[in-house]
Design a protein around this ligand. Sequence first.
Ligand code: GLN
Length: 480
Amino acid sequence: MPQDLCRMTLKETQNFLASKNPSDFKSLLDSLTDRVGQVDSQVKAYLSLNPAPAAPKIENSNSEPLWGVPVSLKDNICTEGWETACSSRILKGYIPPYDATVVKKLKNKGAYLFGKCNMDEFAFGSSCESSAHHPTFNPWDIRRVPGGSSGGSAACVASDEAICSLGSDTGGSIRQPAALCGIVGMKPTYGRVSRFGLIAFGSSLDQVGPMTKTVEDNAILLQAIAGHDPLDSTSADVEVPDYTQFLSKNIKGLKIGMPKEYFIKGIDPEVNAALQEAAKVYKSLGAEIKEVSLPHSKYGIAVYYVVATAEASSNLARFDGVQYGYRAPAENLIQMYVETRDRGFGQEAKRRILLGTFVLSAGYYDAYYLRAQKVRTLIQQDFQNCFKEVDVILSPTSPTTAFTIGEKTEDPLSMYLSDIFTISANLAGVPALSIPCGFDSKGLPIGAQLMGNYFDEATLYRAAYAYEQTTHWYERKPKL
Ligand code: GLN
């Protein structure tokens, strides 16, 4: 049934394509393309589909575990010969001459690149509304945002317009949209996945990670992209375990911490209730639940919006009309820079550049940037202390379910607060994942976040899998 193939998980897709028959690949591709044709005029997750659709070559049948598996990519992950523009006007027409390392790894394992997904411009945002193209809409209710900045990736997976997708996460951009769209999203440990070819936002925070229908799929996809890369000096030379080996329902004795600072006023009561329920499920599976403390997390948002904007302002300095993408017509060089940047960047990008330049400027550097870096160290120490007591930390991913389009665009601060629970993991560099943990009374998905110790993604998958296989929330699908 071609129309149902698009609904497969990555694991099912691997089985379906196991004999590497090009006609099976073709039926799957037709099913996905039909599905995009049916629903993407409402969801608007995609910017483009692969301009050269063809079954991947079979080079070596034993080393291509992802043969033919269609993977969608956020628009900030470089693909050779295929426009990669971070949903920004300033990079319009930029065709990378090389593949990001994650893309190269996928291709080497036989995967097929299906489409490029919409995002907040340069990954600045939590709603996918700052894209220069158009917003993306939440498949569960198209009057609502899918979250951001990897909103396109989350929405296409949730609506079965994709088998799986890669996003990027600087302050929550994989996990928050995963939560708002009811899918699984992992931000790996900083250094676990190469950033080579990921267009930089905040270089000390950015990670690429998998966005999938199930925990098992997520483990398979992380396995495919993780590992040391000589082209990224911040990638870590730490062995990548076979994550699927850790997927077991047995989590007896697992110690789970719930940070008291994360269950505060302002969090949606239905989100809170779902998390308390999740804790009960964990207890019933034999896990031990403890209250823990992350005392400096209250400074997380402030620290993040200093560090991330500082790094963004320097990373975005290279977009000047000379080397990449868009160039505004002008009479002289200075006017060309000014006009290109003025017309090329959207409002949120300009706000970040201004903020970042300010906190780095002489006279303010010590008061803002340096101080923020010191508090960042305290936040890291909080996590190190916590992981002496527990194996994983459980919290909400987002304080609310999906909000309506336009609700927060006029008030950037309220938008920034959407990341209150996700930012600390980036500041500390620890891995964190979001899994579906129920629905609110409007029928919108709720996400639970699990944070783990450095390079211990395996324990996160184990904890997530046990919960998923007990609750089966992932089986519910939007009615699109
Ligand atoms: N929403 C956060 C921001 O606007 C995080 C974005 C991200 O992780 N790329 O910066």
